[in-house]
Each structure stands twice: as structure tokens, then as C-alpha cells.
Design a protein around this ligand. Structure first.
Ligand code: WT7
Length: 664
């Protein structure tokens, strides 16, 4: 490092507050801080600004119907179609402009640009095909696909005919697919033959087929997108209900399908996410509220403009990809990038190469990725021209100030604002973050609630805690992008998100408070730092995993008597899975069993849930009432001082396990 660099590093390290760069503010979609007061004074009518970003077939009568909390309804009486809003309405002005820039794994020069015109054609053909296969309005179509263009095409085709989609992350296991198809009674699946990972073809259809065996009802159609190049394919005979995606579309070449008029409150999609219990939660999002909110936050926070080439490196199999690769950006008529591969193949500069090649204007990624980039070294970004970037964003987990500053300096060249956006699958879109052209940035803190939102940090009784003290994050007012319920389970919806801090017998919306199950603290300026989940959910590389789901996979393994799963700190992943296991025969080491345990977790959930460590122990630390003390197991995993163990039924067990894990 040069002397100058050293000084710069030292300055950055000390700096706690960063002003939005002047060059950014000058051109920002929002640069007037008056928007906060304006939204507050004018609530809930302020949200018309979001609805106005869309084309409505019938305009709505009421912005918010809060007569039956927590079953809020937004833009009631309005009707619209999401696919028409994301595709058709841009045709006149932007038909020849790129809607999606698809960048494939570099197995061949096979990147594809889809103009709005081309996307429109593909979406219509596949919509016609789905309809011919019998898909009707409100039939749930499951998608189990990696980052290939047929995924957004299928999603938008579903939206066009009013069939909600349920996208299952391609890295999830066959079992996870079956569970989700069963929970949604989904009779249609769109999947693919395979895809490439680090240059090697991967058999995806085998996993899909295995999942289909676990589906407890008849499956009408399985559409198979054929991604693998000739010669790379795996041998699969298609079953009677299986047909190639392209063949389906080809049979409807040039056809157009009138977008179905959907009520604002009609379901646009379902997305399953992990909760405290083993059963995944089917989060229901609607057409009017969700889409307006995705579009508005894309404009306000990501500063998206039609001429941008916007790059979000998330996977569409998660909510980030739904809201901020597909729905938000396409609703605004911009160019959205879609990258199939990993950031380190063929080399660790892959993302920087893509940004340079496509002159990307925004990058939205996860702290876990930033920590990996840091570790790989700044020579990778430094060897590319990243000057097209105007804004950087992060999402998925807390970002440590060091990683924030590295991102700000080495990717943004200190001239791009960084938005640290806190939100959830359930919220549909961003909730806490600075507005990039308005608010100062404080590395490590997401920022204040967006205009029109109201959040607090409270103690167990629901009273606000002092600035600087840790408490629970709560959201006090509804917002358009909020989940409407858990699919076919209103009771669980209330239990999971509302019961804790609401007066659930009241009809007064003031008495209803949303609880996201995150711990947080707030500073004097109202900036919120989110500390992490307070339920039994882990955040591994920005992905949400339920400890119960992992535990139930482990106790299903022959030879296992009991298991407890907790999160331990991990340099890159944020959190990693630690599994404590009691064996039936009391063995304190069993390599063969360890392998079977790891395999069982991968089979039940997927490789992302793979335990970092499996620790065999003769006992688990339990309170006198028999509750496992997870906090102690976390401390052990993190190599921390062990707190008070005197209330345990079996205090010695803790030091025994600790000795084993640390090897001391
Ligand atoms: C959980 C939601 C939001 C899309 C991706 C994850 C954590 C998310 C942040 C952030 C600190 C964050 C929370 C939240 N989280 N963003 N900027 N700072 N924590 O969606 O899978 O529904 O997970 O991710 O714990 O509750 P998800």
C-alpha cells in the first residue's frame, strides 16, 4: 500500500458517518428530505405515489382498508395485471430496449439479451401453453429452477393468466420441493434438465423427479426447460406428464394471451420461508400492494431509471430476486441483469468483469458476498473499470462496518452511496434503509424506516427502549407490500407475526403491531441497527434456515437419539450450522454416522444447510424443566466465555462439550 492508501484506510476506519455523494444527489430520484414529513402527514394516501407507478385497469376506491386488522387490504376495488405492467406497457417506448440481460455460466458465448418485445413474445407463448395444459386462475404453479431465462418468463406467464407462482430455490432438496408442492396443492411444475456450476453440468431433473415422487396428489404437467448444451445432457426419459418447455411454447408461436384482470388483493405469488417450527411458511403476496411497493422502493432506494443497467446478484429463488431482479425493475421498464453463475468462476473477478462489460449502474448484493470479495483481495475489482456504477446496495444480514467500508471504497470508489436494506420475505420489499440521495449513511446501521413506515425498538412488554439499548424491532403501521397471510393458515399468520405485541381482540389498527422476530437497537438520530433473529432461525450466507427443520432431519437418522442445532459465527457466511448430537449407543465419535447426518441434512433441505460441525455429546445442557439451553451451545460454538450454568440440571456437561469442541 502507498502512503496515500494507508492514510485513506485510516481515515475510513474512523469515519462513522458518510454523506451522500453530491454527484449522486444531483441526479437522484428522491433528493428532498421533505418526503418523510409528506408521507407522514398524508398517510395512508401517500401510498398513491406507489400505486401511480403502475397502470391500473380499474382504479381503486380506497388506498387502505384497515377495518379488519391484521388482514389489511390495499388499493381495494382496483384491478391490474402484473405481467402487463412489467412487460406490455413498455412496448411502445422501450420495445427494442433490453428488459433482461442474461449472462450465462461461461461454458460458451451464450449470453442472451431479451428486449421487451422479445420478452413479451416469450411470456405470451408460455402463457398460452400453460393455459392449454389446464392452468386456470388461482392454480398454483411451482417453479424449481436456477437462474435461467425460462424462470422469469414462466413467472410472468403465470402472472399474465392469474396463476400464482411458488418458486422453490434450485439449491433446495427434492424433499423441500415435495413439501412445498404438497403445502400449496400445486399440480404444475416448471423445472429444467440441468445447469452449469463452475463449468460442469449438473443434473437437476433427477432431483426434481425425486421430489415429484414425494408429491401426494396428481401432477398434471411438468415443463422442462432444456438448458444443457448438446452432449452435456443426462439420460432421462420424460414421463407422460413431462414435456420440454420449448416444445410447449413452440406450439403457441406468435400467439397472444390477453392479460387477466386481477383484483388488487388477488394473490400474485407464494413464497415459502423458514420459521420456528419445522413446517415452512407460505407467505402470500398480492398483485396491487406488492407490485406497487416493489416498484416504489426500486425507484426510491435503488434509484432505478429506465436507462439503467441494474444488477442484483441474488437468486430469483429468494424474495430478493422476486422483488428486485424481476418485479420492481421490470415494472419501472429498466434493464435488469440476471447472472447464472457464481462470483468466482472462471475467476474471482467475474462480477467485476460483468459490471465492466455491461456498464452496470447499480449493484445489489449480500454482505456474505462482500466478505468473500474482501478475502479474495482488492486486486480483483481494481483491475476492472467499475466507473459505470452509481449506487451500491446490500441485503440479507447485518453488514459489519469493515465490509461496508471496503465495498464503499473498492467497489464504489467513494462516489456511490451504499444502501443497507433491512427487510424480509414477509415484508415484500425494503423497510429500513437510508434514501440514497437524502440521508447520511452510517456503516453497520440500516437506517431509519422508509417514508410512510413506522418502527420502534421495544422491550418484552412492548415499551420503547432507550436509544442504544438492544430490544425487539416492531412495525407499527401496515404497508402495501406486506404479506396478507400465510397460505391457508390465518391462525398461524396471527400467531407468528402479531400475537406477541398486539391486542388481538381489538379491531383498532392502532392495537396491532407486526413483529419480524429480529433484535435491534436505535440511535439518537433514529437509525436502526438490526442485530439478528431472536427466534430459532439461522441466517447462513443471507439465507434463512429453521433450526427445527435441520434438527428433525438429524433425529431421523438411524443411530441418533437427540439433536440440537444452533448458529455459530462464521467469517464469510455470517452464521454456520452447528449440530450437537447424542447417539443411541452413547458413542462419542462415529465418522460414518457423521457422514450420514450431513447427508440427511442435505437431502432434507439442501447443501446450504450442511452442518459446519457435528459434535457428538453424551448429554445436552438442559434446564431443570428440560429445555435445551441453546444460548450455551452458541457460546460454545463461538468459543465464548460460558455464562452462568448453575441453573442447569447437568452443569458439568457444558464444560465437557466445550472441551471437546475447542479441543482444550
Ligand atoms: C431476515 C429475513 C430481505 C431479503 C433477503 C432475506 C435478516 C435481512 C438485513 C439487513 C440485518 C437483515 C433479518 C431478517 N436481514 N436484511 N440489511 N440487516 N439483517 O430475506 O430470508 O426473509 O430473511 O434476514 O434477520 O429478519 P429472508
Amino acid at each position: 500500500m502507498s502512503e496515500e492508501d494507508v492514510q485513506l484506510e485510516a481515515r475510513l476506519e474512523e469515519q462513522a458517518v458518510f454523506e451522500p455523494p453530491e454527484s449522486f444527489v444531483e441526479q437522484a430520484n428522491i433528493s428532498d428530505e421533505g418526503i418523510y414529513d409528506e408521507f407522514e402527514e398524508n398517510w395512508p394516501a401517500c401510498w398513491e405515489q406507489a400505486a401511480d407507478l403502475l397502470d391500473w385497469e380499474d382504479s381503486y376506491d380506497q388506498v387502505l382498508d384497515d377495518s379488519n386488522p391484521p388482514f389489511y387490504e390495499w388499493f381495494t376495488g382496483g384491478s391490474l395485471n402484473a405481467s402487463a405492467n412489467c412487460v406490455d406497457r413498455h412496448l411502445d417506448e422501450r420495445g427494442d430496449e433490453a428488459a433482461i440481460e442474461w449472462v450465462g455460466e461461461p461454458v460458451e458465448e451464450d449470453n442472451v439479451t431479451y428486449t421487451y418485445e422479445e420478452l413479451h413474445r416469450e411470456v405470451n407463448e408460455f402463457a398460452a401453453a400453460l393455459r392449454e395444459q389446464g392452468v386456470g386462475e388461482d392454480d398454483v404453479v411451482t417453479m424449481y429452477m436456477p437462474m435461467i431465462p425460462q424462470l422469469p418468463i414462466a413467472m410472468l406467464a403465470c402472472a399474465r393468466i392469474g396463476a400464482p407462482h411458488s418458486v422453490v430455490f434450485a439449491g433446495f432438496s427434492a424433499d423441500a420441493l415435495a413439501t412445498r408442492m404438497n403445502a400449496a396443492d400445486s399440480e404444475y411444475l416448471v423445472t429444467c434438465d440441468g445447469y452449469y456450476r463452475r463449468g460442469d453440468p449438473l443434473d437437476h431433473l433427477e432431483k426434481a423427479n425425486e421430489g415429484l415422487e414425494g408429491v401426494d396428489h396428481e401432477v398434471q404437467t411438468v415443463a422442462v426447460a432444456e438448458r444443457l448444451l448438446d452432449g452435456d445432457g443426462f439420460d432421462h426419459d420424460y414421463a407422460d406428464n413431462q414435456v420440454a418447455f420449448d416444445e410447449l411454447s413452440a406450439a403457441h408461436e406468435g400467439e397472444s394471451v390477453e392479460p387477466v384482470s386481477r383484483d388488487a388483493e388477488d394473490m400474485l405469488f407464494l413464497m415459502y420461508t423458514s420459521g420456528t417450527t419445522g413446517e415452512p411458511k407460505g407467505v402470500k403476496h398480492t398483485t396491487g400492494g406488492y407490485l406497487s411497493y416493489a416498484a416504489w422502493t426500486s425507484q426510491a432506494v435503488l434509484d432505478i431509471k429506465p436507462d439503467d443497467t441494474y444488477f442484483c446478484s441474488a437468486d430469483i429463488g429468494w424474495i430478493t430476486g422476486h422483488s428486485y431482479i424481476i418485479y420492481g425493475p421490470l415494472a419501472l421498464g429498466t434493464t435488469t441483469m440476471m447472472y447464472e453463475g457464481t462470483p468466482d468462476y472462471p475467476d474471482k473477478d467475474r462480477l467485476w468483469q460483468i459490471i465492466e462489460d455491461y456498464e452496470a449502474t447499480q449493484l445489489y448484493t449480500a454482505p456474505t458476498a462482500i466478505r468473500a470479495f474482501m478475502k479474495w483481495g482488492e486486486e480483483y475489482p481494481d483491475s476492472h473499470d467499475l466507473s459505470s456504477l452509481r449506487l451500491l446496495g446490500t441485503v440479507g444480514e447485518p453488514i459489519n462496518p469493515r465490509a461496508w467500508k471496503w465495498y464503499y471504497k473498492h467497489i464504489g470508489d467513494e462516489s456511490c452511496p451504499v444502501v443497507d436494506t433491512w427487510w424480509q420475505t414477509e415484508t415484500g420489499g425494503m423497510m429500513l434503509t437510508t434514501l440514497p440521495g437524502v440521508g447520511d449513511m452510517k456503516p453497520g446501521s440500516a437506517g431509519p424506516p422508509l417514508p410512510g413506515l413506522s418502527a420502534d425498538i421495544v422491550d418484552v412488554s412492548g415499551s420503547p427502549v432507550e436509544a442504544g439499548k438492544a430490544g425487539y424491532l416492531v412495525v407499527n403501521k401496515p404497508w402495501p407490500g406486506m404479506l396478507r397471510t400465510l397460505y391457508k393458515n390465518d391462525e398461524r399468520f396471527i400467531d407468528e407475526y402479531w400475537r406477541e405485541y398486539s391486542d388481538i381482540d381489538s379491531d383498532d389498527p392502532e392495537d396491532w403491531v407486526y413483529f419480524p422476530e429480529d433484535g435491534a437497537k436505535i440511535d439518537q438520530d433514529g437509525y436502526i441497527t438490526v442485530l439478528g433473529r431472536v427466534d430459532d432461525v439461522l441466517n447462513v450466507s443471507g439465507h434463512r434456515l429453521g433450526t427445527m427443520e435441520i434438527e428433525s432431519a438429524i433425529v431421523g437418522v438411524e443411530g441418533v437419539a437427540e439433536a440440537a442445532v444452533v448458529g455459530g459465527n462464521h467469517e464469510i457466511k455470517g452464521e454456520a450450522v452447528y449440530a450437537y448430537v447424542i447417539t443411541e449407543d452413547g458413542a462419542d465419535e462415529d465418522e460414518e454416522l457423521r457422514e450420514r447426518i450431513i447427508e440427511a441434512v442435505e437431502d432434507a433441505i439442501g447443501p446450504i444447510a450442511r452442518p459446519e460441525q457435528v459434535i457428538f455429546t453424551p448429554e445436552l445442557p438442559k434446564t431443570r424443566s428440560g429445555k435445551i439451553m441453546r444460548r450455551l451451545l452458541e457460546d460454545i460454538a463461538n468459543g465464548e466465555e460460558l455464562g452462568d450454568t448453575s441453573t442447569l440440571r447437568n452443569p458439568d456437561v457444558v464444560s465437557d462439550i466445550a472441551t471437546k469442541v475447542r479441543g482444550d
